[in-house]
Write a protein that binds this ligand. Structure first.
Ligand code: F0G
Length: 472
């Protein structure tokens, strides 16, 4: 164990295989982002120096995971890789049925196809986009009931991801028979990556029991959540993270999972539950779209990588480094006067672009403006989480989102502290000339999920791309 008296948190690994970064100039990047219609999703990743677009599937695998890949057994049915995967999932999450999928959203699609539908409603602390989309696709309603305190992005409490217990209780009372499942997302990605406490999970469980509704976890970042519980919740400090995870699982009836996050793998996921009848329905849907129940949407080698990843992700030295490095980035930005969602989450730091760029109104997309500036200035790719992502309403009108944030998501075990020091320096530089950054307008957008493919032009810029101009 690391001695806590040293301030420097080192990466608890050394580098075994390296991937070169391609250095670019500011002029190269200005050209690249212009060609991409000022949409960072449209860049070629080779033109990105530090890629903080997502922490999903972008982590570095360990020596033992790569070794596991060599043990991958590609038998169609009953492969030893499947049994290794099953054992390591059930060691942490002892649900009776485990259904492997190619990633988290496939698990969501199968579950909601089985339980949701018109007239139904699914409460969650905060739905992630794909979770919401999969609920709504069935005709059901996706309802966010995150606890209060979320309104002010600069002051979230220790467990800012918690469910609002009273609102959940009232919601279930008002909709008897129409709620097939209650979800809790750990950590709460769409709400600053904030954790959920064990006490809150216990309270959610009690409310679900009172109303006879099952509770599922969206467990993508379960290990990071458990580490926060160990650090911040009273009486948890001497516990093994593994045990905390098992307690989280014991409070639920099932889970969806993306192994691209806390599975430490590049692809994969699963759906798990105790209910036999529901499992049979889900397995039939799995065979239709993913594959046979002992591999789902995955190759045997992927099952091996995930099985090994689950052993590594609950190790304390790893989690201490992981959560400290996110905190390190967040605290340095605060020292430079860059406003962020406080405290920093587990997997990401969210910059409050609306308060950094008060001269850019929400409908001129301050988050997009900041994300483009971070790319042009330093080759850093981030993700707007604001009015571009959420502003288009179902009736076609446009409203400012609740907040305009820019997410710096940190891939697992991929970048070193000096990469983060560089990110801090670039953010500091951009914030000193925040007042000069232009707003943007959308020149082309699809009817749904526009943030992935919309094209933008800077306001007052002379280089608006030749594209269909929407009148607004
Ligand atoms: N649930 C949460 C909380 C997520 O963050 C994600 C993915 C999913 C479900 C879906 O999992 O990608 O394996 O299908 N989040 C990524 C992100 C994409 O960038 O936050 P998936």
């Amino acid at each position: 164990m690391l001695r806590m008296s040293f301030r420097t948190i080192i990466e608890p690994f050394r580098i075994h295989s390296v991937e070169p970064l391609r250095m670019t100039t500011e002029a190269d990047r200005q050209q690249a982002v212009r060609t991409a219609g000022y949409n960072l999703f449209s860049l070629r990743s080779q033109d990105v120096l530090i890629d903080l677009l997502t922490d999903s599937g972008t982590g570095a695998m360990s020596r033992d995971q790569w070794a596991g890949i060599q043990h991958g057994d590609e038998s169609y049915a009953g492969s030893p890789s499947w049994f290794r995967f099953l054992e390591s999932v059930q060691d942490l999450f002892p649900f009776k049925h485990v259904i492997p999928t190619h990633q988290g959203r496939a698990a969501e699609k199968i579950l909601f196809t089985a339980v949701a539908g018109p007239g139904k409603a699914v409460p969650n602390n905060t739905h992630f986009d794909t979770t919401r989309a999969n609920v709504e696709f069935t005709g059901a309603e996706a309802v966010d009931l995150v606890a209060a305190g979320g309104g002010d992005p600069s002051a979230l409490p220790a467990f800012g991801g918690n469910m609002d217990i009273e609102r959940l209780d009232a919601f279930l009372r008002g909709r008897p028979g129409s709620v097939p499942v209650v979800f809790v997302t750990v950590t709460n990605n769409s709400h600053g990556g904030q954790p959920v406490s064990l006490a809150n999970l216990r309270d959610v469980r009690a409310v679900c029991d009172r109303h006879g509704v099952p509770l599922f976890l969206d467990a993508c970042r379960f290990a990071e959540n458990a580490w926060f519980i160990r650090e911040r919740e009273s009486g948890q400090q001497s516990r093994e993270v593994r045990d905390i995870v098992r307690e989280m699982a014991s409070l639920a009836d099932g889970m969806t999972m993306s192994a691209k996050k806390d599975g430490l793998a590049n692809i994969g996921g699963w759906l798990a539950m105790n209910d036999d009848e529901l499992a049979a329905t889900c397995r039939n849907l799995l065979i239709l779209t993913e594959g046979f129940p002992t591999y789902g949407g995955l190759a045997g080698r992927d099952l091996e990588a995930i099985a090994q990843g689950l052993e590594e992700v609950v190790q304390h030295d790893y989690l201490r480094y992981r959560i400290r490095s996110t905190g390190y980035l967040g605290e340095a930005l605060v020292r430079l006067g860059v406003p962020i969602v406080q405290p920093p989450g587990g997997h990401a730091v969210y910059i409050d672009a609306r308060s950094l760029l008060p001269h850019i109104p929400p409908l001129r997309y301050p988050g997009q403006a900041l994300a483009v500036a971070l790319y042009e200035t330093g080759g850093i790719r981030s993700c707007e989480v604001g009015t571009v992502m959420f502003g288009r309403q179902s009736d076609g009108s446009e409203q400012p989102a609740e907040a305009d944030l820019v997410r710096l998501a940190i891939p697992r075990r991929t970048y070193t502290q000096s990469h983060m020091d560089y990110v801090i320096e670039v953010c500091g530089e951009v914030s000193t000339r925040a007042a000069e950054l232009p707003g943007y307008r959308i020149v082309e957008e699809p009817p749904m999920l526009r943030h992935f493919t919309a094209r933008f032009a800077p306001i007052g810029g002379d280089d608006e791309p030749p594209a269909i101009t929407l009148d607004r």
